[in-house]
Design a protein around this ligand. Structure first.
Ligand code: BJW
Ligand code: ZN
Length: 248
């Protein structure tokens, strides 16, 4: 991507930003081979119904179906590697925090690829598919014994294990959500990358940043317009745009 194609006002705002907050969504992991949710044809919700798989009610109705679907997705996640977009965000964090700046990476992704890439301050709003949680007592586990009778059961209470992700209708982890609101409310630059911005409360974070006077940059394959400052839009793949932006 050609660095000179960036709006100089955006580059100036980014260079002078001292407090940077970033929100990422499934589009950032798409170039690692992990399907998004809402892209036509390739998105998970084009093939599967969220109501059947990503709600507590769905798990109560058919725990094995839900467990197996997440087990299949987990296999894809553990085989995936961070892409150029994840790595550029590691470099952005290094640049911002090498002075006295602050940096917060808020992600809706459950794949753990930001941490795998080396990002330090990752706020996981929707949990992590690599962990499991007891549906009854809430005990979280990094490891569990695979059993033929699926889902496996909690070592403490015998309840059914589920992925440690946030389903529709469930509260987001309070500490992560608090940290995300704090970062959005205190930043001078907010980047929203690879998210459709349809799922609340994450979708409200860029608006909160704008209200507090931040410059907001959206990077997405979906944006076509050039917004007016303090908003900027860049149409393109995160793995192409982010490395060029960090270089610029
Ligand atoms: C690229 C690219 C490339 C592609 N480069 N770009 C207010 C109003 C209306 C509704 C609500 C509301 N408040 C709450 C709700 C209900 C609900 C909600 O938001 N519903 C809307 C859909 C209508 N929210 C909730 O239920 C949340 N809980 C909650 O609010 O609780 C409150 C509560 C209070 C008191 C008691 C109880 C509860 C929970 C939401 C949980 C979301 N969970 C999921 C599944 C996680 C587990 C799993 O992985 O299966 O999270 S749904 C799914 O969507 C997943 C994602 O994190 C999330 C966001 O998706 P994302 O990341 O934006 O992906 P896509 O696919 O939508 O977009 C990808 C984008 O990338 C596209 O734009 C592409 O163009 C782009 N792209 N390739 C750059 N290479
Ligand atoms: Zn338990």
């Amino acid at each position: 991507m050609d660095i000179s194609s960036f709006d100089p006002r955006l580059i100036a705002a980014l260079r002078s930003a001292n407090r940077v907050a970033v929100l990422t969504g499934a589009g950032v992991s798409a170039e690692s081979g992990i399907p998004t949710f809402r892209d036509a044809q390739t998105g998970l919700w084009a093939q599967f119904r969220a109501e059947d798989l990503a709600t507590p009610e769905a798990f109560r109705r058919n725990p094995r179906l839900v467990w197996d679907w997440y087990a299949m997705r987990r296999e894809g996640v553990v085989q995936a590697a961070p892409n150029a977009g994840h790595l550029a965000l590691v470099e952005l964090e290094r640049q911002v925090t090498s002075g006295d700046g602050t940096f917060a990476l808020i992600t809706q992704n459950v794949d753990g690829l930001h941490a795998a890439a080396g990002s330090r301050t990752v706020i996981e709003l929707h949990g992590n598919i690599r962990r499991v949680k007891c549906f009854d007592c809430g005990r979280i586990a990094q490891r569990w014994e695979p059993t033929s009778d699926r889902p496996p059961r909690c070592a403490d209470c015998g309840g059914l294990l589920r992925p440690d992700v946030v389903w529709f209708g469930e509260r987001l982890p309070a500490d992560a959500l608090d940290a995300a609101w704090a970062a959005a409310g205190a930043c001078d630059m907010f980047l929203s990358i690879g998210t459709s911005g349809l799922v609340e409360p994450a979708a409200s974070l860029p608006r909160a940043a704008l209200r507090h006077g931040a410059t907001v940059l959206t990077i997405n394959l979906d944006v076509e317009t050039r917004a007016a400052p303090p908003r900027f839009d860049i149409h393109g793949k995160a793995g192409m745009v982010l490395p060029a932006l960090v270089t610029a």
